[in-house]
Design a protein around this ligand. Structure first.
Ligand code: HEM
Length: 124
């Protein structure tokens, strides 16, 4: 399959992941019990898995290794995005702490996007 189509799909899925993250952040601020409902969690997890899976596939298709700085930095960014989001969107945290953690997750996501578009150099 044409790699440029897969890269476009990966970018589209990244935008979807960002929209879901923002919507869940707003739901968390509004104290919505649906923030972590089974449906919302499933959609968020599937989209994140697709983002990861397609990224890995494109990386292999481009003959990049997991030790490649671009891949490593993006993997770490995705991990931070998921980890901060998971903690921030849990119920029971104060709004200030939850919003701060949520913002760190957003920064990790933005960082991954800037590396992807080669606007910022990878960490390694
Ligand atoms: C928060 C996580 C991520 C975001 C926001 C993201 C975003 C993007 C975007 C927007 C592009 C398209 C860049 C362009 O059009 O020039 C892209 C490309 C790419 N991404 Fe990701 N990505 C993420 C995670 C990953 C992961 C985890 C991997 C691999 C393990 C990965 C591997 C790649 C590769 C190999 C490309 C093609 C780069 C190129 O040919 O220039 N991405 N990513």
């Amino acid at each position: 399959m044409d790699l440029s189509i897969l890269i476009k799909a990966h970018s589209g899925i990244a935008i979807l992941a960002l929209i879901i993250y923002i919507v869940r952040g707003v739901m968390m601020l509004a104290n919505s019990t649906k923030t972590n409902s089974a449906v919302v969690l499933s959609i968020a997890s599937v989209i994140t898995l697709l983002l990861f899976g397609l990224g890995v596939y494109i990386g292999f298709a481009q003959k990049l290794s997991f030790a490649d700085g671009f891949i490593l930095t993006k993997l770490i960014s995705l991990l931070l995005f998921v980890a901060f989001g998971t903690i921030a969107l849990k119920q029971g945290l104060s709004k200030i702490i939850a919003s701060g953690l949520w913002l760190f997750g957003l920064l990790a996501f933005i960082y991954a996007s800037l590396i992807a578009t080669h606007k910022v150099a990878p960490l390694f």
